[in-house]
Design a protein around this ligand. Sequence first.
Ligand code: B1M
Length: 225
Amino acid sequence: MADPWDTLSPELQRHYENMQDDLYDGLGQPVVRATRQALERGQPPANILAYGLVAGMDVVGKDFGAGVLFVPEVLRAANAMKATMEVLRPLLVETGVPRIGTAVIGTVKGDIHDIGKNLVAMMWEGAGFEVINLGTNVDADKFINALREHRASLLGMSALLTTTMPYMGTVMERLRAEGLREKVKVLVGGAPLNEAFAEDIGADAYCKDAAEAVTAARAFVALSR
Ligand code: B1M
């Protein structure tokens, strides 16, 4: 199958490459401007996310891992990405789809990465879920209380660090101990996770990206009806 990138015009490819460079340099305003221009040219938010933002952040991540970039530069890039996601938010969230359920989502204890989690939250809202976004550094008590308070049937957990992903297992144990496990479908995601890990902790699904998180959430809702 052809790579979707190859189907873009050379001009659009250049547009996205410039966006990636500006994101790398942490230049919020130019990235926001480029996003608006791409929308005006009829580009869907999914393309802007994939080719402009996520692709740019991948390069940041690689250079961060290689010691080329440091925390302040990564933070600037992250802030540029967050500002741009706010431009896309209305398109991802306000789709007019009827409400199909309530979901609680958060980044687990010890972890402050929230860009991917927020993207999942926005896309779940767009798919029709009422989303209770608990933010970052969320412990088991906070997850449990929110699930009870909002009578949610879906829990999303995010972790970006190999040191914080095991905490998802702790939350799973608490769900079982509190008698909530049978009432809630648990979806997990984040760069260091994989299917085997999700299976190991007893989660219902591992979601590679926000699009998979939407597909899995919809499938669970359909099954419960
Ligand atoms: Co951090 N960081 N960071 N960081 N950071 C990583 C994760 C790292 C891989 C970078 C690297 O070394 N190459 C590395 C982790 C290594 C490891 O554990 N294996 C790392 C490290 C080491 C650290 C610190 C320890 C650095 C330090 O202080 N020395 C520190 C930890 C702080 C903490 O959490 N306690 C730290 C700090 C930071 C910043 C604050 C500077 C910033 C975060 C800002 C923020 O989020 N507000 C940051 C960033 C930006 C990154 C990278 C560069 C980018 C992450 C990101 O936003 N990606 C990251 C490198 C990388 O991931 N390649 C890195 C874009 C985002 C859209 O993708 O989050 O993967 P992602 O989300 C995807 C999927 O994973 C999935 O869907 C999303 C969208 O498609 N998904 C879910 C995510 N959550 C989901 C939940 C679901 C479903 C799907 O629920 C159902």
